[in-house]
Design a binder for this molecule. Structure first.
Ligand SMILES: Nc1ncnc2c1ncn2[C@@H]1O[C@H](COP(=O)(O)OP(=O)(O)OP(=O)(O)O)[C@@H](O)[C@H]1O
Ligand SMILES: [Mg+2]
Length: 298
């Protein structure tokens, strides 16, 4: 199933920031998809993995990756027909090419959104730490779920922190719970990844953090669209930036309102459960799968 979805989606998309399909094979039991191999691997390997010690991601590269990956997702949401939601935006699915440009990959979980539909109701797939609360709890998948995951990715890119971190005694803290109070106090030097050694443009970092936090708001209607995210990250409209900076959200820490309906760090338990797959509970949910619900406008 994932194979068919991935091939169908990949055949529809062509964008400089989306990893494109080279070819595929479906013969007997064999299923194979061929992509270009990107020697710089993924954001995950630069931020937390095998490339992290080399500190190859200076601020200019991070900013290019933020804007490029936003453009890739904006293409899926607003320019592909029908619109596509990715459902697994995360650091390991944003690959980095030899020029340090972003290529969003992994369309195995993606869904096509029929014309006029606001969301599709589906069993939850994706990765803990990146899941929008309404999607995790109610299975409502829409563009704004990708926006939420993208917000987490932006905060990760700016701070070098993982979406969820251990804070001792079995407690875990989300990157949003950590960053929101600091952003309200305008302590951007404390948010910036220490690996940047203070070498970043404060205006740009501020933009990435504010946009990231707004994207990861618990209430989907508060989140921007990916087209707005691209504009804001590029800093093209001074007016929009001023509005963003003056948003109520960044005046006083409003962690409770921000995390409405989301238990935040304490809801997350266990080491091995950071990946949710439909396949794992396939037997239990066979009936559910047979009746996908589609909600239409008007
Ligand atoms: N085309 C590619 N070029 C280079 N590295 C890649 C490519 N595709 C994937 N990778 C690397 O392989 C790793 C594993 O990718 P894979 O998609 O199988 O798992 P994942 O992204 O960690 O989790 P998930 O299965 O949830 O997507 C990624 O972290 C990425 O660094
Ligand atoms: Mg992947």
């Amino acid at each position: 199933m994932e194979f068919a979805v991935e091939v169908e989606i990949l055949a529809r998309v062509r964008h400089k920031n989306l990893l494109s399909l080279r070819g595929y094979c479906a013969e007997g039991q064999e299923r194979l998809i061929v992509y270009d191999y990107l020697p710089n691997l993924s954001l995950l390997s630069h931020l937390h993995g095998q490339h992290s010690a080399e500190c190859l991601l200076d601020w200019t590269r991070r900013m290019n990756i933020a804007i490029g990956s936003a453009e890739g997702v904006a293409y899926l949401h607003h320019h592909a027909t029908p619109h596509i939601i990715h459902r697994d935006i995360k650091a390991s699915n944003v690959l980095v090419d030899s020029d340090f440009q972003a290529q969003v990959a992994d369309f195995g979980f993606a869904r096509l959104i029929p014309d006029g539909a606001t969301h599709v109701t589906t069993r939850v797939k994706g990765t803990l730490g990146y899941l929008a609360p309404e999607y995790a709890m109610l299975g409502k998948a829409s563009e704004s779920c990708d926006v939420y995951s993208f917000g987490i990715l932006l905060l990760e890119l700016a701070s070098g922190k993982k979406p969820i971190e251990k804070v001792g005694q079995g407690m875990k803290r989300t990157v949003t719970d950590w960053a929101l109070p600091l952003a309200c106090e305008r302590k951007f030097d404390e948010i910036a990844d220490p690996k940047l050694n203070g070498k970043y443009l404060e205006d740009e970092l501020k933009r990435v953090v504010f946009v990231g936090l707004l994207c990861a708001h618990s209430r989907p209607e508060r989140r921007p669209t990916m087209l707005e995210v691209v504009d804001l990250l590029k800093g093209e409209s001074k007016e929009k930036l001023a509005q963003l900076e003056n948003d109520e959200l960044f005046k006083t820490p409003q962690v409770a309102e921000y995390n409405e309906g989301n238990d935040g760090a304490t809801a997350v338990e266990g080491e091995s459960s950071d990946f949710i797959s439909e396949e794992k509970d396939e037997k239990k949910n066979l009936k559910e799968e047979a009746v996908p619900e589609i909600t239409h406008n008007g």
